[in-house]
Design a protein around this ligand. Structure first.
Ligand SMILES: Nc1ncnc2c1ncn2[C@@H]1O[C@H](COP(=O)(O)OP(=O)(O)OP(=O)(O)O)[C@@H](O)[C@H]1O
Length: 499
């Protein structure tokens, strides 16, 4: 009742006489000073009790020196505080990781809870429409917990009863700017609870140098870059198909080359074969010697190569049928990865209708039946519209690099991906800032993850060809093209180590 404002009452008054203005004179009740003081004191005490209840450890740390001072005098208290500070600093210097895990991030989380989130909670939520101010009372979602790590704040929230996740995903921009972050991601923790992720820094802001070629022979997830939270980006290629969409210059090449690079030892061991389709002749041709005779650029050759992959797939399906349901790469039955750069050249922009039909049919057959028998497709394209790529939904894993329009994000990553924070249309067109940056949406997880592929430079590719091209191929490393299309030196200063 004390919180009820005069305006709340005036809003409810209705005049039944036409053209008669309703005049509202609020009754002014003078509150005695002692009542006001008692109210403020009780609020202060309630606040202190709430503080101790919510943060018992932090309160104990703050109160301990006061208690020691009262009991034993300020000298002992100063010595104890000094000792604790010195011990903390030594721990932070000698065992940084454990200090951060056990103390540092918790202190930061507490500070950000108090100083950023709790302080701005009410205004940000009311202004963004996620909270309500009704009849003098605030109805606000509960701020439950803040968790910090080296990259972001994760804020756990209990939604108001009746709210939907979409109410929050529609307001990520309000939340991000309201709490001083670039972006905000919304994930569902459990029924009625959300985790809002607010990045504090961007580890993907500088280009990453190509990861070293792995020592181990593996067809497993290939390390090709880094995720936003600093973890390495390991892309699964065996047992799936991957679609990479991005405007021109978005950095699709670094995903193709990063994958080839990570599979080189397995290629040498005969466990992987890469079949390259390069209708633009400007990307994969640069490392042509790596693919031997499994390289095609002319559309007719591309159709032949794709049909040959379908034949391998069908032969394996005949052999494996009834015996095994999954493929294990061996020298006899290696994993075949069909790489297609700019697939739209073959499926949409192809003027020869019969070739177009053959290619689309072969791609659809591979993407629907290939993964169980060890034939995968990784395709890159610029324009993700259905008219251009009508089989895009057959790719279980998708990567959206820089896109021109916001609607294209959901076309690539699936419905609701942009609402969940995949802002691929906001990625910078400046190569050093945005090339290779994208959002990955895996078949197994609806939440898009922001990533950046490491840049595999022309020199890296030359070295890969020099070291790994099959010996039967007579193409010397020097005879490969001098430079790829659009290839430009990437700023190397300040390049962060690949997570
Ligand atoms: N991962 C990366 N990190 C930093 N810079 C990159 C990265 N990938 C590419 N670049 C820069 O962006 C330029 C364009 O990259 P790339 O040719 O791979 O784009 P693309 O998407 O394949 O373009 P197009 O569709 O026109 O072939 C490169 O020449 C390079 O300078």
């Amino acid at each position: 009742m004390l919180r009820k404002l005069p305006g709340d009452e005036a809003r409810n008054l209705v005049s039944t006489t036409p053209d008669t203005a309703v005049i509202f004179r609020p009754a002014v009740v003078r509150t005695p000073a002692f009542v006001t003081i008692v109210i403020w004191l009780s609020r202060l005490i309630a606040g202190l009790v709430r503080l101790v209840w919510r943060h018992p450890i932090a309160s104990a740390v703050a109160l301990a020196p006061v208690a020691v001072t009262i009991a034993y005098g300020w000298r002992l208290a100063s010595v104890l505080v000094g000792l604790v500070v010195v011990a903390g600093l030594s721990w932070a210097l000698l065992g940084r990781a454990s200090f951060l895990r056990l103390v540092g991030w918790r202190l930061l989380a507490w500070w950000r809870l108090v100083w950023v989130y709790r302080r701005h909670w009410q205004p940000v939520l009311i202004v963004s429409g996620l909270g309500r101010h009704l009849r003098g009372r605030d109805y606000l979602p509960h701020l439950l917990r803040v968790h910090c790590d080296g990259w972001a704040d994760r804020v756990t929230v209990k939604m108001l009863n009746g709210q939907a996740v979409k109410d929050w995903t529609d307001r990520t921009e309000h939340l991000a700017h309201g709490f001083g972050s670039r972006t905000c991601r919304v994930t569902v923790a459990r029924a009625g609870r959300l985790v809002l992720t607010f990045p504090r820094r961007d580890p993907l802001a500088v280009p990453l140098p190509a990861a070293p070629i792995p020592d181990v022979t593996s067809v497993g997830p290939v390390e090709i870059g880094a995720c936003e939270d600093g973890r390495p980006l390991r892309l699964k290629v065996h047992g799936t198909h991957v679609l990479i969409a991005g405007a021109t210059g978005a950095g699709k090449g670094s995903y193709l080359w990063g994958t080839i690079r990570g599979l080189l030892p397995a290629m040498r061991a005969g466990l992987v074969e890469i079949w390259a389709l390069d209708p633009k002749r400007m990307e994969l041709s640069f490392g042509r010697a790596l693919f031997g005779d499994r390289y095609a650029a002319d559309p007719a050759d591309c159709a032949d190569l794709l049909e040959a992959a379908v034949a391998v797939m069908q032969e394996r399906a005949d052999r494996f049928g009834g015996l095994q349901r999954n493929h294990t790469p061996t020298a006899a039955d290696p994993f075949v990865l069909v790489l297609v750069d700019e697939v739209a050249f073959l499926t949409a922009y192809q003027s020869d209708k019969s070739l177009k039909l053959r290619i689309t049919a072969a791609l659809a057959t591979l993407t629907t039946q290939g993964r169980a028998v060890g034939v995968g497709v990784m395709a890159a394209l610029q324009d993700p519209r259905k008219e251009v790529m009508n089989i895009r939904n057959l790719f279980p894993d998708k990567i959206a690099l820089r896109l021109d329009e916001s609607e294209q994000v959901d076309m690539v990553l699936g419905d609701g991906a942009r609402d969940r924070g995949a802002l691929a249309d906001h990625i910078s067109p400046v190569p050093t800032l945005g090339a290779g940056v994208g959002y990955v949406r895996l078949e197994t997880s609806p939440d898009p993850v922001r990533v950046r592929a490491a840049y595999v430079s022309d020199d890296d590719i030359r070295a890969m060809v020099g070291d790994y091209a099959p010996p039967t191929d007579s193409t010397p490393a020097e005879s490969i093209p001098v430079q790829r299309q659009d290839s430009a030196p990437v700023a190397r200063e300040g390049v962060s180590a690949n997570g």
